[in-house]
Ligand binder design. Structure first.
Ligand code: FES
Length: 304
């Protein structure tokens, strides 16, 4: 902070103060100084004041809502006649000595007229620079997908009439069809629904029911929630790991089983619970072999 305060005969404060950093401390300092009668320049390198606190939900140690504390100060700073905001600006140089500093500030170019901006955000949807595709002749993912897969993708997408709002249902069907979500399926879905790929990935990675890695034919979920844990879920899990030769999150080499752990399956009274595909099994260490033999035999039956 750099200040110059000259007392005139009528005790009026003159001079100006530069406060560097528009976080909560900077804002409070600016307000205190402005209230004392100084002209204050509040400088921040980001496009808006607020700093890190504006990104927090709660504050330590009282767990108070950050925005509830900040919002009145933001308004006060924005409206105070003695405070001038220099956002999106950086301090380049300070010269002089106490009481007579000279500073050089570099103000970065903005693409909106600050004096007319109301913060409505419409400009981001209308921005010509952002919305014109920058890569000419973008090759469609369609040309790089195997014809058989393409047919399966189309079949699923057409089930929902190519509706953007059906994204979750489409991904559910894709996941059921392929046992996971292939990368090309996600790219193709994004292209067909005219939805950003980032949004498709956001949904695909949000739900644990979706997998981006190939899963085995049978999905084995072992509950390690509290009720199952106290009834020996850990021993059951270890027995299954030994039997299949894989750890949670892995798939057997023959692509038959994928092992996962879950926190509760809503069947605590049956615990410890193991779900294979959609079948719930109350399991103990001694019943694991019988349980898996059933699925292994059904595999052999299908092959013969
Ligand atoms: S804790 Fe396992 S089913 Fe609830």
């Amino acid at each position: 902070m750099n200040s110059r305060k000259v007392k005139k005969e009528d005790d009026e404060c003159v001079g100006a103060v530069l406060v560097v950093g528009g976080g909560i401390s900077g804002m409070q300092s600016a307000l205190d100084l402005a209230e004392s009668g100084f002209k204050v320049y509040l400088l921040d390198k980001t496009p808006a004041i607020g700093g890190t606190m504006a990104q927090l939900d709660k504050t330590f140690p009282t767990n108070d809502c950050s925005m509830c504390i900040m919002a009145p100060k933001l308004v006060e700073v924005g409206r105070h006649p003695n405070i001038e905001l220099l956002t999106y600006s950086e301090l380049e140089e300070i010269k002089g000595s106490a009481g007579h500093f000279k500073v050089e500030v570099r103000k970065k170019a903005r693409f909106v007229d600050e004096s007319r901006c109301t913060g409505c955000g419409v400009c981001t949807t209308k921005c010509l620079v952002k919305n014109i595709p920058q890569i000419p002749d973008v090759v469609s993912i369609r040309d790089r997908i195997d014809a058989k897969d393409l047919q399966r993708y189309d079949e699923i997408i057409n089930r929902y009439g190519g509706e953007k709002g059906a994204l979750i249902s489409i991904l559910q069907d894709m996941n059921a069809e392929f046992n996971y979500l292939p990368e090309n399926a996600l790219k193709y879905t994004a292209e067909e629904l005219k939805t950003p790929l980032s949004q498709v990935y956001h949904v695909a990675t949000f739900y644990t029911a979706f997998s981006l890695k190939p899963r085995g034919k049978h999905l084995v979920k072992v509950c390690v929630g509290t009720a199952c844990h106290v009834r020996g879920a850990q021993k059951v899990l270890e027995t299954i790991q030994r039997k299949l030769g894989i750890k949670p999150g892995e798939t057997t080499k023959d692509q038959n089983f994928t092992l996962e752990t879950v926190s509760c399956l809503g069947a605590c009274a049956l615990g410890p619970v193991v779900v294979v595909d959609n079948d719930y099994h109350p399991a103990t260490v001694s019943t694991i072999n019988t349980l898996f033999n059933k699925y292994e035999k059904s595999e052999e039956g299908e092959k013969s």
